[in-house]
Design a protein around this ligand. Structure first.
Ligand SMILES: Cc1cc2nc3c(=O)[nH]c(=O)nc-3n(C[C@H](O)[C@H](O)[C@H](O)COP(=O)(O)OP(=O)(O)OC[C@H]3O[C@@H](n4cnc5c(N)ncnc54)[C@H](O)[C@@H]3O)c2cc1C
Length: 351
């Protein structure tokens, strides 16, 4: 088999809203993680690296990446300020045609996830998504997880260009030059846009539960069904649970997860915590978020729930039950205590 002469292009975009009159243009965090992946792959293989930036003020944002030593390219202008399939796909295609890469690395975020497969098709390439690592002894091997993070696949391909979409949270964000390196050379790439049928008038995101799910938080706070169960005094205290949890989230900036039993109660006509939806559910049939620390409260810690904690490094739990699942080796620390009391005390300290 002929060896492939690799060259790498990292596709990035400016953070939405990062270029208004006051704010400096900045790259989205997921884009900076893709830059880290590209820089380290290019260094390991000793091959050329280009970085393409898309956004209203993409040239200034590209200059913040001067220290990568990469060839910098930009698709800049008002047409590229907002995510839109037709303009984003055209911009990514133009950047690829300008740099002719064999490997294209991009963040698997909302903006590029929907255009990357189309762009790969236009270039006659192939794509793999949800990549968590790019390694390999000599060649390139990309890893991703399947079946709710139970199986890890390591993929290698001969087909080029090969697009790799990097899952956010799997790499450190590249530490850019503070401000822009004014002397850095940035090639501005012209894009011939197709007729635009879509005008972006704004962004509407789900209320409440959306605001409690914070993928970038250091801490995951999980609420279990115990918060709505009868307590040692024989009464249910759901109305006390809500402010305790919300105050803690506000003071700590934690992301809110839930057990399945708790979110399922919404459909059972039971007293519920109104800010929880199935979007918050962690576990086998829920999400597998990535946070450095996790605190579980009023949750038993059964395997179908704990499997969703796969990427949480430091785990603590507060449970009344000394024999709960957490106490059987699934948490680093278990506080056998009443979570109502512990959280009230914790909120007092935080406030
Ligand atoms: C196929 C399948 C898939 C599943 N997928 C998921 C999934 O994705 N996610 C998931 O979460 N579950 C999942 N489950 C369900 C899972 O097995 C458990 O039933 C569920 O996680 C239990 O939720 P819980 O621990 O909140 O509730 P419970 O089991 O009712 O536990 C409540 C806990 O709260 C404690 N408690 C009560 N009051 C207090 C207090 N004041 N202070 C401290 N502790 C207190 C109790 O001691 C108890 O341990 C799945 C099950 C199956 C069969």
């Amino acid at each position: 088999m002929e060896s492939i002469q690799e060259s790498i292009l990292v596709l990035t975009h400016v953070e939405a809203g990062g270029t208004d009159s006051l704010a400096k243009p900045s790259l989205a965090k997921s884009s900076l993680e893709a830059v880290t992946a590209g820089v380290s792959l290019a260094a390991r293989l000793d091959v050329p690296l280009s970085i393409g930036v898309i956004g209203r003020d993409a040239i200034a944002a590209a200059r913040t990446l001067a220290q990568t030593g990469a060839r910098l390219l930009a698709v800049s202008g008002e047409d590229f300020a907002q995510a839109r399939y037709s303009s984003d796909a055209a911009a990514c295609e133009a950047l690829c045609r300008a740099s002719q890469p064999s490997i294209v690395i991009a963040p698997d975020g909302m903006r590029f996830a929907r255009v990357a497969a189309g762009v790969a098709f236009r270039l006659g390439g192939v794509i793999d998504t949800h990549i968590t690592a790019i390694d390999g002894n000599e060649g390139i091997e990309a890893s991703r997880w399947f079946y709710r993070q139970r199986l890890e696949a390591v993929i290698s391909r001969d087909a080029r260009p090969w697009f790799l979409l990097i899952d956010p949270g799997t790499h450190l964000a590249y530490d850019c030059t503070p401000g822009e390196a004014a002397s850095a050379e940035v090639a501005q790439i012209a894009v011939e846009l197709p007729r635009q049928r879509t005008t972006v008038t704004g962004v509407r995101s789900p209320a409440l539960s959306g605001e409690t799910i914070r993928p970038d938080a250091k801490l995951l706070f999980v609420a279990g069904a115990g918060w709505t169960k009868k307590q040692p005094d024989g009464q249910v205290h759901t109305s006390d649970a809500a402010p305790l949890i919300l105050n803690f989230l506000k003071a700590s900036g934690a992301s809110l997860g839930s057990s399945k039993s708790l979110v399922d109660q919404t459909g059972d006509n039971q007293q519920v915590l109104p800010f929880l939806t199935h979007m918050n559910q962690i576990g086998q049939t829920g999400a597998t978020p990535r946070h450095r620390k996790g605190l579980s409260t009023c949750c038993y810690g059964e395997e179908p729930h704990v499997v969703g904690w796969r990427f949480i490094s430091e785990r603590r739990a507060i449970s009344l039950d000394p024999n709960c699942g957490w106490a059987r080796g699934k948490a680093d620390v278990v506080y056998v205590a009443d979570a109502f009391q512990v959280m009230a005390e914790l909120n007092k300290l935080l406030n």
